[in-house]
Write a protein that binds this ligand. Structure first.
Ligand SMILES: [Fe+2]
Length: 497
């Protein structure tokens, strides 16, 4: 058996050729400024602002010989759109981990969220990579990963300004990468799990007001400690899913995976009023299920509806050590309904899209937390051809729109050699109806080693992009991002000024 110290002594000078680091998952590692990107078509004049993207892009080959895709250093890219022009910038987030490894000139941190696999020189150091999502709130930009505090970034230079804890007010050591910004109140509503630090069970429920001041933080203990990637917020309720991706200290101390899937455990979904106390949380039960991402949620009388991508297993090894059955890793858009008159009961499930697996759902942010009609997402249509180098990653080949009023879907296929990343919705104007606007998404073109930023007009969805911005480099698939308008930024910067 190879020990952690054996593996450390064989630190690779090159990235391995495993699926994590080859094909679509090839690290990018380039911090670049590129002005006047080439464009096919016409960028709509309404698009004046910046698209930010955040993803994992390892700065060093893995300490232990191989790794999982999600463990890369946080790389933020920004695409400045204005007057039909497009410029871009990419920068690593200067986390403590990134800076320690850059200073040492070699990798020092081991397995995903397992500090027991690190080089002794970095024991106790903050391990977060800030690689998952972006938050814009009260005029500030942040990059986030769920195992640490956010990092504040300059919205124009992407310089890392440091970790952010609401001026020392936040007690939780972690914050979800999937907070919800309430479009009615302007509040930043978030949770942190492992709130007292890695391997601890507490969950913090928190709110910052529209001005950015922390107004609420309350901790509670869930039925068991689990990985909680996303959740749901309505105008009235918070919904916290406890799904059986569980942890075990002995396993982790032995160098094993932080999370393991326990198919025999029950899913517990906690529901609590936003204006109430965590002491009053009620749980609903269901079979072992997994979800990465929530599309939207709303409260309707005494019923809470959550629309999310649901699979039959999580992409972690089983608690008995077996590898996960990949056929169970198909995420289907599903509505979970919780009857508040029957706390403790099993929650209802209804599949909303049957024939295509989906992820990276996006709602018109003006309807976040409220009843809504339109949802957008990336889909995986197995009936279409896919280049095997794309299929090595978490790939998507179809842009989807669901209209809940008609039940109909619209689809646009990006092509055999392409990978579609998360779509971000931008409304056509301040008074545009829900869902009327543009979808912005990065598309990897694997055979050409480059990337595109596509702009799809939702009124002409199935015609494909009205504009394609050509990015002359490989952008390793990102997780999440957001659009910040020029109005919210206060200006559209000239990056070279
Ligand atoms: Fe996510």
């Amino acid at each position: 058996m190879t020990t952690v110290s054996d593996a450390r002594s064989k630190v690779a000078r090159r990235f391995p050729s495993s699926d994590t680091f080859a094909g679509i998952n090839r690290p990018g590692r380039i911090e670049a400024d590129v002005k006047n990107l080439e464009i096919d078509g016409v960028l709509p004049p309404q698009l004046s602002g910046i698209l930010y993207r955040c993803g994992p892009d390892p700065a060093f080959p893995p300490l232990l010989g191989d790794d999982i895709y999600i463990n890369g250093d946080g790389m933020v890219s920004m695409y400045v759109l204005s007057d039909g022009h497009a410029d871009m910038r990419t920068r690593y987030v200067r986390t403590e981990k990134f800076q320690a490894e850059r200073q040492a000139g070699r990798p020092l941190f081991g397995a995903y969220r397992n500090p027991y696999t690190d080089d002794p020189s970095v024991q106790g150091m903050d391990r977060t990579t800030a690689n998952t999502s972006m938050v814009w709130h009260a005029g500030k930009l942040f990059s986030v990963k769920e195992d640490g505090l956010t990092h504040r970034l300059d919205p124009f230079t992407l310089q890392t300004l440091g970790k952010y804890d609401f001026d020392g007010q936040l007690r939780s050591k972690t914050m979800t990468a999937h907070p919800k910004i309430d479009p009615v109140t302007g509040e930043w509503v978030f949770f942190g799990y492992s709130a007292a630090g890695e391997m601890t069970p507490d969950i913090a429920l928190c709110t910052a007001n529209a001005g950015g001041r922390l107004t609420k933080e309350e901790w509670f203990l869930p039925p068991y400690a689990s990985c909680i990637h996303d959740w749901a917020v309505t105008q009235e309720h918070l919904v916290v899913p406890i799904m059986p991706a569980t942890t075990d200290l002995d396993r982790v101390m032995a160098g094993g995976p932080r999370w393991a899937w326990d198919p025999n455990e029950t899913t517990h979904v906690g529901v609590v009023r936003r204006d109430g106390s965590a002491r009053d949380i009620v749980y609903f039960e269901g079979p072992a299920l997994w979800s990465f991402h929530t599309l939207n949620a709303f409260t309707e009388g005494n019923r809470v509806h959550v629309d999310l991508g649901v699979s039959e297993a999580a992409p972690f090894p089983h608690v008995d050590g077996q590898l996960v059955d990949r056929s169970k890793l198909q995420f289907h858009l599903t509505r979970w309904t919780f009857d508040l008159d029957r706390p403790g009961s099993e929650f209802e499930q209804r599949r909303l899209i049957e024939d295509v697996a989906v992820d990276f759902p996006e709602v018109d942010q003006r309807r976040q937390t409220r009843s809504y009609r339109h949802g957008f997402m990336a889909g995986r249509d197995w009936s279409r051809p896919i280049n095997p180098e794309v299929a090595r990653g978490v790939w998507f080949n179809t842009l989807l729109h669901i209209d809940h009023e008609t039940g109909e879907t619209e689809r646009w296929y990006v092509g055999e050699d392409a990978n579609l990343q998360e779509p971000v919705f931008v409304e056509r104007g301040p008074d545009a109806p829900e869902g009327d606007g543009y979808l912005l998404a990065l598309v990897n073109r694997i055979t050409e080693g480059r990337t595109e930023l596509i702009v799809v007009d939702t009124a002409r969805f199935q015609e494909g992009p009205v504009a394609t911005v050509h990015i002359p480099m490989h952008i390793r698939p990102t997780f999440h991002g957001l659009w910040v308008s020029a109005e919210d930024l206060g200006q559209v910067p000239d990056l070279w000024r």
